[in-house]
Design a protein. Structure first.
Length: 117
């Protein structure tokens, strides 16, 4: 069963940066033709879509992260990234990667991002 593995979370001060990565566990499943999304869930809140990238590279972001976060994909590495700059305490959450399309809807286990003020 394919799973996604996120990495790159951690503790950072407000104004700092982190880059999250997401790739499928195992080596034979390709996400290159799939849409990919980054979601986050803060304590006591619903999971929200943060950013999405299509197989063709088109992107979309929730308003609260526009201009600060960038989603990208490296097809050669079968990996999707979320570059997060100018982080704020309200960005604190567990961040999840999601792959969708072609009959699949696959999630990762999440990575914690904590932004201190």
């Amino acid at each position: 069963q394919v799973q996604l593995v996120e990495s790159g979370g951690g503790l950072v001060q407000a104004g700092g940066s982190l880059r999250l990565s997401c790739a499928p566990s195992g080596s034979i499943f390709s996400i290159n033709a799939m849409g990919m999304g980054w979601y986050r869930q803060a304590p006591g809140k619903q999971r929200e879509l943060v950013a999405v990238i299509g197989s063709g590279g088109n992107t979309n972001y929730v308003d609260s992260v526009k201009g600060r976060f960038t989603i990208s994909r490296d097809n050669a590495k079968n990996t999707v990234y979320l570059q997060m700059n100018s982080l704020k305490p309200e960005d604190t959450a567990v961040y999840y990667c999601n792959a969708f399309g072609r009959g699949y809807n696959i999630w990762g286990q999440g990575t914690q991002v904590t932004v201190s003020s």
